[in-house]
Design a protein around this ligand. Structure first.
Ligand SMILES: NC(=O)C1=CN([C@@H]2O[C@H](COP(=O)(O)OP(=O)(O)OC[C@H]3O[C@@H](n4cnc5c(N)ncnc54)[C@H](OP(=O)(O)O)[C@@H]3O)[C@@H](O)[C@H]2O)[C@@H](O)CC1
Ligand SMILES: Nc1ncnc2c1ncn2[C@@H]1O[C@H](COP(=O)(O)OP(=O)(O)O)[C@@H](O)[C@H]1O
Ligand SMILES: [K+]
Length: 502
């Protein structure tokens, strides 16, 4: 799914109104209907709604939602600034609300005296994509006050105070749910701003498809359509050679688990043949834990020699350690190797020891740093938006793919595209999760996916497996091994999605 800027979204609205038999009012009606449908399907314990409406079209949505919820039998109170200069559509919807005697309309300033029953849902329809500056004065105070209330909170389109595309220092409404129209907004996907949205639900309001297809963006959300376009069904006329050879290179005394997990992930993600290059001290551990993989000795307690089969795809780093002999061997190997690699963890930490080492990374390699590793490699940035900008520069300069691991991991391509992942959860915030990702991406690259495809599919796949694991074990208790055990379920669902149905 494309991510558009607030400006492109406004253009898309206008284009739809101009080129389709739908007026601006009807589009607002459609948007409000989509919200009310979602609310009535999902809201099982609450009957009362306090709806806060601004003067622009976001407020217009709020007024229309108030009318529709009332017509469905919910109790509705509306708060607004009755003397505001409303947009034409907001004015019209406000007029309809005033005609309904069962809906009480109050001034914003009455909010502090209002008794918020615990069964009241607060709906924020103050500002949407039209926000042009930080909140101040009455609106800032209002949002601050609403944020103190314990009630469930729903934002329409965007939490008020949040800009769609950038970071802001505004007071921002803290939503439990955000019902957003048609597109993910970039700010939902970055930690500093995404924390205000709660759970995001994208509602399709059927904006014009031609506009969406023809207008360019460099930012995308990895949705089912993206995955369906990448995933390939396994051919029955195949053999282990069809699915490639993986070399996982990692493990050191005390960190053999990382190599075990990475190897197992590569195996379970479908690679044809998997070898683990690890130190001798890991021989029994690896052969017992992952008997399907073959062992190649690379040192005694840590890896020193990187003798790699040129026909294999190599994932290097999990549990590798940064012993000087390991670093020496790894850098020597890099100097003589030109095929794309998957580099993670200590492989990145070794590279980070000297900025000149960055140029040793083969073109088209996939590196998978978490934010701290990214900082060691490329330096500090002010915030995660700046980090993405820097990652785009580095990706282009070094001609590599950067998988910037986070809650919404980003895959950044040398061409400057950013793919945001929306699968996964905090159950992955545990040692070992990254090792699995390395195994998956290496396995997919070995299976003839391109570097970009392997990175996108791998990150998405890792997150989806984590979602299944958390359903069974909870986010607290799930382990990286539980995530690996869900790979089969992810493949089954994926196969069902892309298989031609009779
Ligand atoms: N047909 C469509 O287009 C559809 C649109 N839809 C809905 O419309 C929303 C966009 O509506 P919108 O463009 O009217 O902007 P909105 O966010 O309501 O606010 C603008 C007003 O706020 C003001 N303002 C700005 N910043 C401020 C501040 N800090 N403090 C105080 N005031 C501030 C600004 O004033 P100005 O900046 O001009 O001074 C202006 O008056 C979109 O998010 C979606 O919900 C859906 O119905 C689908 C169909
Ligand atoms: N809160 C979270 N939500 C979603 N994914 C997460 C979260 N925390 C961690 N992850 C994912 O888990 C993995 C952690 O990787 P990393 O920090 O390298 O772990 P390790 O090196 O300990 O294996 C990354 O893929 C990251 O995106
Ligand atoms: K809003």
């Amino acid at each position: 799914m494309k991510i558009f800027t607030a400006e492109q979204i406004r253009d898309c609205d206008q284009y739809t109104i101009k080129n389709e038999p739908v007026s601006s009012m009807q589009l607002m009606e459609r948007a409000a209907e989509a919200c009310v449908e979602w609310i009535s399907e999902n809201c099982n314990h609450h009957r009362n709604f306090a709806i806060f409406c601004g003067s622009g079209n976001n407020g217009g949505d709020g007024f229309a939602i108030a009318r529709m919820l009332y017509q469905k039998g919910f109790d509705v109170d509306v708060f607004t600034n009755m003397k505001a200069k409303f947009s034409p559509d907001a004015q019209e919807n406000f007029r309809h609300v005033k005609e309904i005697t069962g809906i009480s309309v109050r001034e914003f300033k009455e909010t502090s005296g209002y008794r918020f029953d615990s069964r009241t849902v607060i709906i924020d329809a103050l500002f949407g994509t039209g926000l042009s500056r930080s909140l101040d004065g009455e609106m800032k105070d209002l949002v601050e006050f609403l944020n103190l209330q314990k009630n469930i909170k729903i934002s329409i389109d965007l939490p008020s105070g949040l800009m769609a595309d950038t970071i802001s220092d505004s007071e921002i409404f803290m939503a439990d749910y955000t019902l957003t129209f048609q597109f993910w907004k970039k700010s939902f996907l970055h930690a500093e701003t995404g924390k205000f949205t709660g759970k995001v639900q994208v509602l399709d309001i059927h904006l014009n498809q031609d506009y969406i297809e023809e207008n360019e963006t460099r930012d995308f959300v990895i949705d089912d359509e993206v995955i369906k376009s990448i995933f390939k069904i396994r051919s029955e006329f195949s053999h282990k050679g069809t699915y490639g050879k993986v070399n996982i290179i990692g493990g050191s005394y005390g960190k053999m688990g990382a190599a075990v997990l990475s190897t197992r992930a590569a195996l379970k993600a479908g690679a044809g043949l998997t070898f683990t290059i690890a130190p001798k001290c890991g021989y029994e551990i690896l052969q017992t834990s992952d008997p399907e993989a073959m062992f190649i000795e690379g040192g005694k307690d840590f890896i020193e020699s990187f003798h790699i089969d040129e026909t294999a795809v190599c994932g290097i780093g999990p549990g590798l350690g940064t012993h000087e002999k390991t670093a020496e061997g790894f850098l020597k190997f890099l100097k003589s190797y030109s095929k794309p690699l998957i580099l993670d963890a200590d492989a990145l930490n070794i590279i980070a020891q000297n900025p000149h080492h960055l140029n040793l990374i083969p073109e088209k390699s996939i590196i998978t740093p978490h934010p701290k590793e990214f900082e060691r490699l490329f330096g500090k940035t002010e915030n995660s938006f700046q980090r993405t900008v820097l990652a785009k520069d580095k990706s282009r300069e070094l001609k590599i793919y950067i998988v910037l691991k986070d809650h919404h991991t980003q895959i950044i391509t040398p061409e400057g595209m950013v793919f945001y992942n929306i699968t996964g959860n905090s159950g992955l915030a545990k040692g070992g999760s990254g090792d699995i990702l390395t195994g998956i991406v290496t396995s997919f690259l070995a299976q003839q996916y391109t570097e970009q495809e392997a990175a996108i599919l791998g990150v998405w796949f890792h997150g989806r497996a984590a979602e299944y694991a958390s359903e069974k074990h909870s986010k607290e208790s799930m382990l990286p091994s539980d995530v690996i055990n869900e790979f089969g379920n992810v493949f089954s669902v994926l196969n069902d999605k892309v298989r031609k149905l009779l």
